[in-house]
Write a protein that binds this ligand. Structure first.
Ligand code: GLC
Length: 491
């Protein structure tokens, strides 16, 4: 058998410690899936103020106390703590890096939760995090075979490794995964001076005059990946926005591969999901409606079993297409339908969504914020799940929806286009309802088709079963990365 590899997986969030979006789910499930292949994989994330040490069983490690981390002219202490991520089969070591001012004192991850405004010292916060990751390896004397960095918040790690510690990490190969090209970590050029990178690499990490974390990651890693084939193709062809980083990838690496995500069967499984009023599986999917009462009561909507219920769980941003819902509202809520929306983000969109509740009090339920329990209940109770995204690198909720027998209605973009196929009533093929154009009218056509099909029971069962019968396990992605790591080490 091939030798197990040592792998460091670095991310700015990981379930169950810290989650604002899909990145956290991936940073939990993917390392556990890779662990299945026998590798020694460990995860590192920052310890934001909202992470409870007691709840997450986080404890100190003697050797990793008060490590001095230089930021520009100053130096601040990092203490790296330890915990683990588990499922019933595997356990992955997690290192949680702390610093009082940068992380512990701030409840938000990237932005102040009260104002929604990004913290002004995000450059320093993540320079600090990136450097702490490397210092931890140095103090432990642990130089992994693979360092897998994720998104802009880890983008300086490849540059720091190759320019400051080339000897120590000479065996290591670096993989850099970009989960969303819409946020590449761009800061004023003065931030460069705080990184400690040698002056002669300045040009290679500056992009359009700014320090760009993702460009640094792209320039100094051995391989760049993203999270679905369609999104990868859109990025490289310039069809999806990437601020020109596609050209950097093309010149350095040639291509960009897109690896789709899976569903963590231990976390998202209607058969034993403890948040549900009634568990079910594909043989008893008709029982899913027994969850509706709990959900509708929770959000203050009248319980109407025969009215189709649409769920939506989303970051409120332009990406997620919340605007299409707002534009379509009058026409949509003239139909016999209810909708529950859970999420947070752009304060203006939050207000507009809350207003929907006031305008359509018996039809719309809104919960602003992040609520894991409610998210599970929505997946289980809703009949349909709406994702009208402008772009979607991969998307996880459409996959969770399949598993819960909740039929996705999506715009054909990125990972949504790769996973959801339009239902054809003639052939009974297709696992969802798909529209092409990013427009409220196009979305309404797809929603109305779904509402109509809902009342044709035989057809509805077919589209539900098509979704529930798919294979969404993480092991295919785990195997892909495991093979990618090996192929890099062979080169
Ligand atoms: C980002 C993307 C989303 C993807 C997730 C995990 O949140 O917007 O599409 O599923 O990262 O890769």
């Amino acid at each position: 058998m091939a030798r197990p590899l040592s792998i460091l997986f670095v991310s700015s969030e990981a379930y169950p410690f810290a989650k604002t979006g899909g990145l956290a789910d991936v940073s939990y499930s993917l390392p556990l899936a890779i662990r299945e292949f026998g590798h020694d994989i460990r995860v590192m994330i920052p310890k934001y103020g909202s992470i409870s040490e007691r709840k997450n069983k986080i404890h100190e490690i003697n050797r990793l106390r008060e490590i001095p981390i230089p930021i520009g002219e100053n130096s601040w202490p990092a203490t790296v703590k330890s915990s683990s991520m588990n499922n019933p089969r595997q356990k992955v070591q997690a290192y949680i890096t702390t610093n009082v001012n940068y992380f512990d004192a701030k409840k938000g991850f990237y932005a102040d939760p009260l104002t929604g405004i990004n913290y002004p010292d995000n450059d320093e916060r993540f320079i600090f995090f990136n450097k702490t990751v490397l210092q931890t390896c140095l103090v432990l004397g642990w130089f992994p075979d693979i360092i897998h960095c994720n998104d802009w918040q880890t983008g300086l790690i490849p540059a720091l490794i190759r320019t400051i510690y080339p000897q120590e990490f000479k065996r290591a190969k670096i993989v850099y995964t970009i989960h969303n090209f819409n946020n590449l970590g761009s800061f004023a050029s003065e931030s460069f001076d705080k990184t400690g990178l040698p002056a002669d690499v300045r040009d290679s990490v500056l992009h359009n005059g700014n320090l760009n974390f993702a460009k640094a990651g792209t320039m100094y890693s051995d391989c760049v990946t993203t999270v679905s084939p369609s999104y990868a193709a859109d990025i490289m062809s310039g069809a999806a926005y990437s601020d020109g980083i596609n050209n950097v990838i093309a010149s350095r690496h040639g291509e960009l591969s897109g690896i789709i995500h899976g569903v963590d069967n231990y976390v998202w499984n209607p058969k034993n999901d403890s948040y549900l009023a009634r568990n079910y599986d594909r043989t008893s999917v008709n029982d899913k409606f027994l969850n509706k009462e709990r959900l509708l009561n929770r959000v203050g909507l009248p319980v109407q079993y025969t009215t189709p219920l649409i769920g939506m769980i989303s970051r409120f941003s332009e990406q997620k297409g919340v605007r299409l819902l707002l534009e379509a509202a009058d026409e949509l809520f003239a139909e016999n339908v209810q909708l529950i929306i859970l999420g947070e983000g752009d304060p203006e969109l939050q207000d507009a969504v809350s207003e929907l509740k006031e305008r359509f009090p018996t039809k719309v339920g809104v919960k602003i914020g992040f609520d894991d329990e409610l998210a599970h209940l929505i997946e289980a109770s809703a009949d349909m799940f709406l994702m009208p995204s402008l772009f979607e690198p991969c998307g996880l909720n459409q996959l969770y929806s399949f598993v819960y027998g909740t039929v996705p209605i999506v715009r054909a973009t990125g990972g949504l286009a790769d996973t959801v196929s339009d239902f054809n009533p003639e052939t009974k093929e297709g696992n969802g309802f798909v529209f092409q154009e990013f427009a409220a009218d196009a979305m309404l056509v797809a929603v109305r088709r779904a509402l109509h099909t809902f009342h044709e029971r035989e057809q509805w069962e077919a589209v539900q079963q098509n979704g529930m019968n798919g294979d969404y396990s993480w092991s295919a992605s785990g195997r892909y990365y495991s093979e990618l790591y090996r192929s890099l080490l062979r080169d």
